[in-house]
Design a protein around this ligand. Sequence first.
Ligand code: SF4
Length: 235
Amino acid sequence: MPRQGNETSCLFGPVNSRRLGRSLGIDLVKFKTCTLNCVFCECGRTTQLSVERQVFVPTEKVLKELNVFLNGGDTQPPEVLTFSGGGEPTLAANLGEIIAALKTNYPQYKLCLLTNSTLLSDSQVRAEIKPVDIIIPSLNTVSPVVFQKINRPAAGITPEKILSGLLDLRREYTGQLLLEIFIVPEINDTPQELALLREAAALLKPDGVQLNSLDRAGSEDWVQPVSAENMQKIK
Ligand code: SF4
């Protein structure tokens, strides 16, 4: 559910998502502010590569927009409110505050978070996201060389740190955890890479694993989608 830039509202959709049902997107981060600059990003290249958490959209604005939308009498109301968009949602320093407010004001909606997992090593982030019903973290590789090639991280982020944050989350979190793995042909789909990912997934024990591949153009044109046949083999 990628969000396009130049929108003034922090809400997008709702869209009928295959995995979540009817989902209203909440984007708390400035467009293309991320801890990674993935070669497959459907929102384009990251313009602000950062690990610094800050408030991009004031909490009052987010809650006001949600209040107007959710009380607007939509004939097809959303089933789930999803933190996602054109950057990394956990970079929003007011994420926890907004999650808590939504749980109090709108307990009838499920909350979902899509995250690239890079800030899960921060115990504060893990505590903030604990009340979310579904967390979909991504892990595309555990090899440092491949990580640099496809995820191009901000300084200090390593796959080891990501996996350790994910394992801490698994221990502390009681909601639904669905691991997402994005496959880039000939980079992280080699037998060796897949074996390492399988080992990491076995350690993590997520409630499900979702394999993903390029659907729209990525930020680099050399990234290709995985054929249906290969995806089946990888699965
Ligand atoms: S983590 Fe997500 S938003 Fe950030 S660059 Fe990668 S695909 Fe794009």
